[in-house]
Design a binder for this molecule. Sequence first.
Ligand SMILES: [Zn+2]
Ligand SMILES: [Zn+2]
Length: 391
Amino acid sequence: MTQNDIVDQSTDEVIGWQRQIHQNPEPGFNEHKTAEFVARKLNEFGLEVHTDVSATAVVGALKSGSSDRKVIFRAELDALPIQENTGLAHSSKVDGTMHACGHDAHSSILLGAAKLLAETPNFDGTIYFVFQPAEEVLGGGKRMIDDGLLDRFSADSVYSQHNWPGVKEGAVAIATGPMMAAVDDFTLTFKGSGCHAAMPELGDDPVLAAAEFMTSAQRIVSRTVDPQSALVLSFTQVHGGTINNIVPTEMEVQGTARFFKQGYSDHVADTLEQIAKGIAQSHGVEFELNYRRGYPAVINSAVGAAKVAQAASSFLPNNLVQTDLPPSLGCEDFSYLLNAVGDGAYIWLGAGEVGPREGLHGDCYVFNDKLFPLGLRLWMSLAETALPRGT
Ligand SMILES: [Zn+2]
Ligand SMILES: [Zn+2]
């Protein structure tokens, strides 16, 4: 039987698991039933299963041959706080919670790969199948590392697949270098004495300071970094004031920065502080900056990206292996694992064009079923490429 036949025979079962998980979504760090299901299946397939690693994380270990090489294949368990509006027969049964990012499918595909690779171990080394909690916002990937995941399951490389609407349907897209952006957030508060709006000479004006700050801060993007290297700075919230005839005592400005280059986090934080300080001084007001570092950028290693392209090319035509797509300014906590391991790649499975509200995190999002066999084949092929036999 060819690998294609093996995959085709398993696809329906994998889709069944996805439907089940989809109907019973659980939010980040609460994926108890999903984790239980995954652990039970991995046990059935004969893997060594660990559920005491970090929160609801599940790790399945599969060894074949005699090599000491180890690789991590990772998928996510968590759903999102969204009310599903797809009208599907297998819609979420939980009000206000939905698998709208495809993590139910990613986990099912990885489970399917674990089953097939346990039955047909085409690799030499150890594969750790890591099912992680709380990818969305809460940083389950970082928590796993802080809880010692890599001390117990050290690996030479790490890979993860994610369905990607907008990329050609059925394609495997993989970039060398930046794939997803880093995300930082900040809150800046200007505090002054305020005054009667008709008598501005009697107080300090935090409104004017905030306005000047938002204009000046864009010089960080336009004048302090290499224009070839992406940096987005957006102000997303402005709060302050109560009535038209009072200059308030406080103005709060919130925003976000997105970028790929590692050093930009410190650079943006330091320069925001510098600009706020100068403006606060010139307006005679105080300021307080709370800068929060979010997920780092996902930067694929050259070796990892090449292995994925090689694995995909072994079963896909050239036009379905895309290596030249621009990175996304979205974010992913896979970066923590990739940075800690140092080698590997984040992979997009092209889900094709979708309509409004049908993209990732949309309430009409539906995982593209054509990606089940694609994901399974890619994991199987990558097992061979990352842990080749006879070397
Ligand atoms: Zn998501
Ligand atoms: Zn996701």
